[in-house]
Design a binder for this molecule. Structure first.
Ligand SMILES: Nc1nc2c(c(=O)[nH]1)N[C@H]1C(S)=C(S)[C@@H](COP(=O)(O)OP(=O)(O)OC[C@H]3O[C@@H](n4cnc5c(=O)[nH]c(N)nc54)[C@H](O)[C@@H]3O)O[C@H]1N2
Ligand SMILES: Nc1nc2c(c(=O)[nH]1)N[C@H]1C(S)=C(S)[C@@H](COP(=O)(O)OP(=O)(O)OC[C@H]3O[C@@H](n4cnc5c(=O)[nH]c(N)nc54)[C@H](O)[C@@H]3O)O[C@H]1N2
Ligand SMILES: [Mo]
Length: 764
């Protein structure tokens, strides 16, 4: 579709555009040569884990194993710019608050621990000792440990995260709001119910064997570019790639692999998706149910005609529970419901189902387009049901693959960042460390926000991340943070959460992934991370630290812990001086980490065994469980389409950002340049509301809780998107994402289906 006035879109994802962008980033980093040398160590056995995404690393890596957006992530961290105490002296916090996320982070790396001075409205440099001791004394002074919220962003290493959870539990609470509460929580919840383990079942090698790969609600061209290499190889050997996405994402259509020299020289590109279905927002459960309906009907027809069965009867009989109820639920769902909710035609669903039935081995991947809805858990259960029909789990080339976001978000959960910790894990910690662990469930992200709003929370500690910008209702969360007694942010660069200080507030600057981390004896030491395929491997930085005053995240956690709970029961500082000792504790308390220190040093690390991949089912029924249920009565989109000026809004990522970190103002693959305040709308919807392309509007939240939510001044961009669905960028649109709308069972904010309307702005 010709979208007229917006800029030219790249014709294929990747390719020379991506290489050009890499060069530009390395130049901007201030030291292109050391930047290039840094990139050669990305995701290599002896290098660091790219802080970009959680996609796996191949066994026989190419000489470089990174992508355009990995380069951005690394250049962003390896910048020559510094946000020094002088910078904070020159700018009041109120001044800084007027900067955009992009402008703020452009100031570079933090160099000193900083404490907020309310009198002058400025951050002033302090010593680490002062910082630790004041933070410790405030935490000790709270009347209950449950008054503090301990946030984690998914970049923290296993070592930092394990020490952090140990400290927080020694302090006495399970309040662990975590970025995964806003991310893949629904995947964990649903997969534990369906297959008994909350992680994906495939390895990277399975992508070489699959006959069909279903990619649902995910934009790997931007968010997991190395995955495109695997999809491309699959497409080239004839595997079908079936995409479900309301938007035609460029990377899923055509991709030119910068790692393929011939393709680059010929200026060629490979078609990725063989079939591209554009469902309505929140329509995936209906679409998958539709495919299941086709499969079950084909089974009946095959039996009647005396042909071989379509279902994998041996798998269902030996491994599954609940099949009969599921069959009834599918039969009870009408095509009218399926078509209306999915926004897809029956013939298109049938075509996708044909591909599924012809394939012996199918992988299904998904990300935020599936997990950030009201009925995400039910949708993922439905994906599992569908995959069970033909035994597509626990065999080579087949399986379930939630593609994680942050580079160690999966590992953080594995090592204990969990507001609802399993009893067996707490028992193991008690045995290892000899003191009692808190047993009551703690707060997730939405509960932590609730506690800040009702005044029961008094302190917030953030191990990385940008809580105030990543969470829904950012305007409300900002006020809540500023009412706290203590706010502490461990960070590499200044961000807006730092500018919402509580009564006492600290910014504690830490080493990044790419930087050398020295042990007590002055030797360089390793941390470790777990990718989406449950591979645990080491990561050692190679760059000189951005400032001599930085501490590692592990050392910062240890400093706060020692000042808060004392060192009688745990030798915090000693552990921070030698991460091997932390790993020994992990090995002693968490299954799968036996001989951790030794296995970590193998080239690709080691794999954490996934029970479901071996067809062992830790579900209540001890089987792979078909979990039936009706479709949602009505999705936000179905409600919105009854009224011309109501829309279902999804908030997603541009090609030039890492979550709340904005690298630049372009979104090359979608043809947007130099701005982020845009909303993508179907041309007929523009007509229906009497607007023209390019008009500026306020996006008004229509969640019916009486709260006024307005995102001001967005430009309307006509786009190939289903009618009634619109899209725009996070975090700018988080002011209209309501905290009161959360996924059933996952409690994840519904960032991909928000009811909004447009209000025209007067021409300036
Ligand atoms: N460069 C870069 N890499 C990243 C990140 C980043 O910001 N930048 N973030 C990291 C993190 S934390 C995460 S979680 C991942 C996120 O990776 P993605 O899940 O790819 O992230 P989003 O940009 O939110 O894209 C969601 C995709 O789902 C589609 N979608 C939205 N709603 C629906 C729906 O109802 N149904 C279907 N079928 N599709 C839908 C959107 O059109 C879009 O293509 O990426 C990680 N990697
Ligand atoms: N509307 C809407 N909201 C969303 C989403 C959405 O799709 N739509 N996506 C959600 C998802 S999937 C996620 S994961 C969350 C992300 O939420 P967060 O994890 O809280 O946010 P990030 O933007 O990834 O965090 C960026 C900050 O991390 C710090 N940082 C970077 N590297 C390091 C490091 O090595 N160590 C430390 N200590 N700090 C570091 C930097 O200071 C930077 O400012 O947002 C969620 N919010
Ligand atoms: Mo995420």
């Amino acid at each position: 579709m010709d979208t007229g006035f917006i800029g030219k879109k790249s014709s294929a994802a990747g390719g020379w555009g991506a290489l050009k962008s890499c060069g530009k980033r390395l130049m901007q980093s201030g030291s292109p040569l050391s930047g290039a040398r840094t990139m050669l160590k990305a995701n290599q056995p002896d290098g660091f884990d790219c802080p970009g995404c959680a996609w796996g690393d191949p066994e026989h890596g190419s000489s470089f194993e990174f992508c355009e957006n990995g380069v951005k992530a690394v250049a962003w961290e390896a910048t020559g710019k510094r946000a020094t105490p002088d910078f904070f002296a020159e700018n009041t916090v109120s001044d800084l608050r007027r900067l955009s996320d992009y402008e703020l982070e452009l100031n570079g790396r933090l160099t000193h621990p900083m404490r907020y001075d309310a009198q002058t409205d400025r951050y002033l440099a302090v010593s680490w000792d002062e910082a630790f001791s004041e933070i410790g004394s405030i935490l000790k002074g709270l009347d209950s440990p449950n008054r503090a919220e301990f946030y984690t962003s998914g970049r923290a290493s296993n070592e930092a995260a394990f020490l952090y959870q140990l400290f927080v539990r020694a302090y006495g609470t399970n309040n662990f709001p975590d970025c995964s509460n806003m991310c893949h929580e629904a995947s964990g919840v649903a997969l534990r119910q369906s297959i008994g383990v909350g992680k994906g079942t495939v390895l990277l090698e399975d992508f070489e064997k699959a006959d069909a790969i279903f990619v649902i609600g995910q934009n790997p061209g931007t968010n997991h570019p190395r995955m495109l290499g695997d999809l491309r190889r699959a497409a080239m050997r004839g595997a079908r790639v079936v995409v479900f996405n309301p938007i035609r994402e460029r990377g899923l259509e055509r991709f030119s692999d910068p790692q393929d020299k011939l393709e680059m020289l010929r200026g060629g590109a490979t078609d990725i998706a063989s079939d591209y279905l554009q469902p309505q927002l929140g329509g995936d459960m209906a679409a998958v149910r539709g495919m299941a309906k086709v499969v079950l009907a084909a089974e009946d027809a095959a039996i009647a005609a005396g042909l071989p069965p379509v279902l994998d009867h041996a798998f269902i009989a030996e491994h599954c529970a609940g099949f009969d109820d599921y069959r009834k639920a599918v039969e009870a769902t009408s095509w009218a419901e399926i078509e209306d909710q999915s926004g897809l035609l029956r013939v298109d669903i049938e075509r996708a189902a044909e591909i599924y039935m012809k394939a012996e081995r199918v992988i299904c991947t998904w990300a935020m387009g599936v997990t950030q809805h009201l009925h995400s858990v039910a949708t993922i259960r439905e994906i599992s049901n569908f995959m069970f029909l033909r035994g597509n789990i626990g065999k080579p080339g087949a399986g379930l693959c939630p593609v994680r976001g942050h580079s160690n978000v999966q590992g953080d959960r594995t090592v204990g960042i969990n507001e609802k910790p399993p009893a067996a894990f707490l028992d193991a910690l008690e045995k290892e460390f000899g003191f009692a662990m808190p047993r009551a469930d703690g707060h997730n992200v939405l509960a932590a926000i609730g506690a800040m709003l009702d005044g029961s929370a008094h302190a917030f500690i953030g191990l990385g991340g940008n809580f105030a910008r990543a969470t829904p209702d950012s305007a409300i969360v900002e006020k809540a943070l500023r009412r706290l007694k203590l706010t502490v942010h461990v960070a590499t660069k200044p961000n807006h959460s730092h500018l919402m200080p509580g009564e006492i507030s600290y910014i504690l600057p830490c080493l990044g992934r790419t930087e050398m981390d020295l042990d007590a004896a002055g030797g360089s030491q390793l941390v470790s991370v777990e990718d989406s395929m449950s591979m645990v491997h080491g990561s050692a930085g190679i760059n000189r630290p951005a400032s001599p005053y930085l501490l590692s995240e592990v050392a910062i956690v240890a400093g706060i812990a020692a000042a808060t709970v004392g060192s009688e029961k745990v030798d915090w500082i000693g552990l921070a001086g030698n991460y091997n000792r932390i790993r020994d504790h992990i090995a002693a308390t968490i299954p799968g980490f036996e001989n951790y220190n030794e296995r970590l040093r193998k080239p690709r690390g080691f794999h954490l065994r996934n029970t479901a991949a071996h067809r062992e089912w830790n579900t209540p029924a001890r089987k792979a469980s078909f979990l039936a249920g009706p479709l949602p009565v009505e999705t936000v989109h179905q409600r919105a389409k009854k009224n011309d000026n109501l829309f279902a809004l999804q908030t997603f990522r541009s090609h030039d950002q890492y979550n709340t970190t904005v690298y630049g103002l372009d979104d090359r693959y979608r043809g947007v340049y130099g701005e982020r305040q845009v909303v993508f709308v179907h041309p007929d919807d523009l007509k229906a509301v009497g607007a023209d392309a390019g008009d500026r509007v306020d996006v008004v939240g229509e969640h019916d809780d009486g709260i006024e939510r307005i995102a001001q001044d967005f430009r309307l961009v006509p786009y190939d998107i289903p009618r009634g669905s619109i899209a725009g960028y996070y975090p700018e649109l988080n002011v209209v994402v309501p905290i009161g709308s959360a996924g059933a069972e996952s409690d994840t904010p519904t960032s991909k289906s928000i009811m909004v309307s447009f209000r025209k702005r007067e021409a300036a």
